[in-house]
Design a protein around this ligand. Structure first.
Ligand code: 13P
Ligand code: SF4
Length: 346
């Protein structure tokens, strides 16, 4: 199917299915995909919006953990479909559920009440482990609130899997460096330095996003020199030194608002996935200059294409598309973890 055919197919199916269908999408989706979505957002907004959708069929343009979260929060009878079920998240893959469970159990066995807090960029299996251990979920938009929530529940927090979001949030809460510890999770937990872990309030899983790890201080210095007076905004998955040198950091929706609020004629340099930066650059062309700190693309987000969306909608309309299925034994614990977040951030 060529691009024009895919575009037409999507439009035709949308008008035939009407209110029985809603297409949602994350801000990192390519323009050719996002233009078909009725609902867009950062991870927190998309999780919240799912429970407000009435349509029976929800096609979610994003990576698998977003589809899983939507499936957990969907109403009875609603079905979630992913145009590319293999669209993963390299960061989420750095925290296998079995290892998270083992590490958490070992840390808790030392006598302190360790509250797990998982970034939403994690598998449903990890969310189920976290829910079972009394913990919750956070997104880039509410990490500060949720870290405070987690500290209020116990003696220490295990933040999974993003060490950068953990450290940036710890900076915002002014948690002293000597109270933070990045775990060595090698050898299935056998390599953990338990004495160092016992001294810390914030235990950090050593994961990160490869796409955001590409941004560095040299690029910031180069941009400030080439564009005096520019404003630099980055995603909090960037390393703490990059976040400290930027003018602002926040979720994808925060970055959109920041660019919107920047004065006419200004230059905004953005450190996040390139599809969002290019969309902002096109949106404000002639009024503001929007530049990427570096062109960094998430291959998984980009594996969702207009052609796949058209094929998925065709299968949904025919009744042959397999919806996202969350294993039964994980559903309750993973949902509880997500609901604790939605309640704490209502
Ligand atoms: P947001 O929740 O800020 O949209 O981020 C999701 C993500 O995957 C960033 O890499
Ligand atoms: Fe995962 Fe990074 Fe892609 Fe976001 S940009 S989905 S964190 S790999």
């Amino acid at each position: 199917m060529n691009t024009q055919n895919s575009y037409d197919t999507i439009q035709e199916i949308r008008s035939r299915m009407g209110s029985r269908l809603t297409i949602m999408g994350h801000h990192y989706q390519h323009e050719t995909v996002i233009r078909h979505t009725e609902l867009r957002g950062d991870s927190l907004e998309l999780a919240r919006k799912t429970s407000q959708v009435d349509a029976e069929h929800i096609v979610f343009c994003g990576v698998y953990f977003m589809g899983e979260s939507s499936a957990l929060l969907a109403r009875h009878g609603q079905k979630i479909y992913l145009p590319e079920p293999d669209a993963n998240c390299v960061m989420s893959q750095m925290a296998p559920a079995e290892r998270v469970d083992r590490v958490l159990t070992a840390l808790s066995g030392r006598g302190r009440r360790i509250v797990p807090l998982t970034y939403v960029n994690s598998s449903v299996a990890v969310k189920a482990v976290v829910g079972r251990h009394g913990g919750s979920v956070c997104t880039s938009a509410n990490a500060r609130t949720m870290l405070e929530w987690a500290f209020a529940q116990g003696d220490a927090v295990l933040f999974i899997p993003d060490k950068n979001l953990a450290a940036n949030t710890a900076d915002a809460l002014q948690i002293p460096f000597e109270k933070r510890h990045i775990l060595n999770i090698r050898q299935n937990g056998a390599a953990i330095d338990f004495d160092a872990a016992d001294r810390a309030d914030l235990l950090m899983w050593p994961g990160c996003c490869a796409i955001h790890a590409r941004f560095n201080l040299r690029q910031i210095a180069t941009m400030r020199e080439a564009h005096p007076g520019c404003r630099i905004v980055v995603h909090p998955e960037c390393s703490p030194d990059v976040v400290r040198q930027a003018d602002a950091a926040g979720s994808t929706s925060f970055i959109i608002r920041y660019t919107e609020e920047a004065p006419e004629g200004s230059t905004v340099v953005v450190g996040t996935e390139i599809n969002l930066v290019e969309r902002l650059a096109a949106q404000y062309a002639g009024r503001k200059t929007v530049l990427p700190l570096l062109e960094s693309a998430c291959s998984h987000m980009n594996s969702v294409t207009e052609e796949k969306l058209a094929a998925t909608l065709t299968a949904v309309e025919n009744g042959t598309c397999a919806p996202v299925m969350v294993p039964l034994e994980m559903q309750d614990n993973a949902r509880v973890a997500l609901e604790r977040m939605l309640q704490a951030c209502a």
